[in-house]
Write a protein that binds this ligand. Structure first.
Ligand SMILES: Cc1cc2nc3c(=O)[nH]c(=O)nc-3n(C[C@H](O)[C@H](O)[C@H](O)COP(=O)(O)OP(=O)(O)OC[C@H]3O[C@@H](n4cnc5c(N)ncnc54)[C@H](O)[C@@H]3O)c2cc1C
Ligand code: SF4
Length: 507
């Protein structure tokens, strides 16, 4: 029986949720769901092969799931002859194919796409705890936009880890009990690996063929691509990782890619897991005594706090946000971000796992590759392009504030009251990378000195005036000020020598 189609409902690659607003309010009998794999969405940033495989395979599985539930779905594959390779024109093509009167979607979480699809009715994306409007209202009502206060507001609103008006345990934040180094520990859970099925195998071949020049390894591919697999991965984390989450949150170990991290950002960002369900499950683990409060609070804060906060900042500050460059950083990104050709062991370790698995945990992104980019004064737009391309969970709304705001301090301190700048001392304390590095983390000058040290002090010197007015940086600025003229000059020479040796990346 042919379907009388009144309405075309577009579902994009990061909207793979059965609870989607546009699905909830549509009628299966008269709606044609449209999903399309289009080239620009995979190439606007030259995304990691594993990321394209994950998204296309998850989309194909989701289309099957919808069909299983009685939806009529038009699925346009990347290499379909008629594919126009644009979401907007695929919507128009579907409209004329079916003679539909109504075009609708759930508001895209990407600024460019939201504009490109502005001829379609866009329902609010209510998968987040905080809507764009709510965050804008919050920003208007608060002088400071620090995450911690926004997070408390979200705790009150959601009721998560609350005892009436008070936080469970009497404190909002248990960070002081978290964040220990993990040297010597080796007993970490491995995220469950899922065997690629026929659909995923086909997508792997497609990606190897069409995106051969993209970054990273396509195989082995083991990420989940269905809601059931994502749920299994999360359950595994709940049982094995969550109880130890906070304690090893900032630790870094050679060869240990995941430690006790959840590896669920890809499932959350693309719609296979629901943020509310995840936070409630973590809370339940605390209530049943399966995980301590410090770990559970730390984990919930990442999702209810940081994830919601960066999304709010993105929509508050776009479109200008991507051009932010408060520290005037102009150095081109070095070639080794893509080639990995560096003797700095910490950087090489993070690059290797990024290339192989499209994953690095938060502190690797922030305090290794991000810290280097900050200290070396790398161009924020180029650094943003890199992070957007190489990580499997990277969507602009979550990646850009983390890179431009948190890692590079390029938003002028909107997100952080001080830059996350660190010398080798921090990396040596929190990781075991320095042990097998050709550089010495304790030396500041000379051929064996760790580059992070001179770069750190050179960074402080460059922004000395601004930092001396910042209460959280003034002590460091004063320490620099007290150095002898010879020391200052030697640091400058060491840092400039190293920076001059960097080969700029040429596409
Ligand atoms: C420079 C830089 C770039 C980043 N780019 C991205 C990105 O493109 N996509 C992305 O999802 N995250 C990004 N992050 C945040 C964070 O690093 C990842 O969410 C996290 O590493 C994902 O791994 P996980 O699932 O094992 O996280 P866990 O450590 O297990 O944390 C649990 C969850 O909390 C959320 N979360 C934690 N920290 C943040 C944060 N700062 N912002 C938003 N959500 C957070 C994620 O959904 C994550 O899955 C970036 C951080 C930095 C410093
Ligand atoms: S010595 Fe410096 S470059 Fe080498 S691993 Fe340690 S921090 Fe990184």
């Amino acid at each position: 029986m042919t379907q009388k189609v009144h309405s075309i409902l577009l579902i994009t690659g990061d909207q793979l949720s059965l609870t989607l607003a546009a699905l909830r309010t549509s009628d299966k009998a008269t709606t044609r769901v449209l999903m399309a794999e289009v080239r620009p969405e995979a190439t606007t940033a030259k995304h990691h092969k594993k990321k394209i495989i994950f998204v296309f395979s998850a989309m194909r599985h989701f289309a099957e799931e919808l069909r299983g539930q009685g939806w009529h779905v038009d699925y346009v594959k990347l290499d379909d002859a008629a594919n126009t390779q644009s979401l907007a024109s695929e919507v128009k093509r579907a409209q004329s194919r079916h003679g539909a009167e109504i075009l609708q979607t759930t508001a895209p979480n990407d600024y460019r796409l939201r504009r490109e699809l502005d001829f379609i009715t866009q329902l609010p994306d209510d998968r987040f705890f905080c809507s764009d409007k709510e965050f804008a209202d919050y920003a208007k009502a608060h002088h400071s936009l620090r995450m911690e206060f926004f997070y408390r507001e979200m705790r009150r609103k959601s009721g998560l880890l609350m005892n009436g008006p008070d936080p469970v345990g009497g404190r909002w934040n248990f960070d002081a009990e978290n964040r220990k180094p993990a040297k010597g520990e080796r007993n970490f859970p491995t995220p469950p690996h899922f065997e690629p099925d026929t659909i995923t195998q086909q997508v792997i071949e497609l990606v190897k063929h069409h995106f051969a020049d993209h970054y990273g390894l396509a195989e082995p591919f083991w990420f989940g691509v269905t809601r059931q697999q994502a749920a299994k991965a999360f359950q595994h984390f709940l049982r094995h990782g969550l109880p130890h989450f906070g304690a090893t949150q900032d630790a870094m170990l050679e060869g240990q890619y995941y430690l006790n991290h959840s590896v669920i950002s890809l499932y959350l960002n693309f719609g296979l897991l629901d943020a509310r369900e995840i936070c409630c499950a973590a809370q339940a683990a605390y209530q049943s005594g399966e995980a301590p409060l410090a770990a559970v609070e730390g984990f919930i804060r990442q999702i209810l706090g940081w994830r919601e906060y960066v999304r709010g900042i993105y929509w508050l500050k776009m479109p200008g946000y991507l051009q932010s460059n408060a520290l005037g950083a102009t150095r081109p990104i070095p070639d080794f971000y893509w080639s990995h050709n560096t003797e700095m062991n910490c950087m090489a370790q993070v690059f290797r796992q990024t290339h192989d698995e499209a994953y690095a945990h938060h502190i690797q992104r922030l305090m290794i590759t991000g810290n280097f980019a900050l200290l070396a004064g790398l161009n924020p737009a180029q650094v943003h392009d890199w992070y957007h391309a190489v990580y499997i969970d990277a969507l602009e709304w979550v990646e850009a504030p983390n890179t431009i705001g948190m890692a590079l301090h390029a938003d002028g301190g909107l997100m952080g009251s001080k830059p996350y700048a660190a010398s080798a001392n921090y990396i040596n304390k929190m990781s075991d990378y320095c042990g097998s590095c050709r550089y010495d983390p304790k030396q500041r000058l000379g051929p064996d000195a760790c580059p992070f040290n001179a770069l750190y002090w050179n960074f402080i010197a460059t922004h000395h005036q601004a930092f001396s007015r910042n209460p959280r940086m003034s002590q460091t600025a004063n320490s620099y000020q007290k150095m002898s003229a010879e020391d200052k000059s030697a640091i400058k020479t060491q840092a400039e020598g190293f920076l001059a040796s960097l080969k700029a990346y040429q596409e």
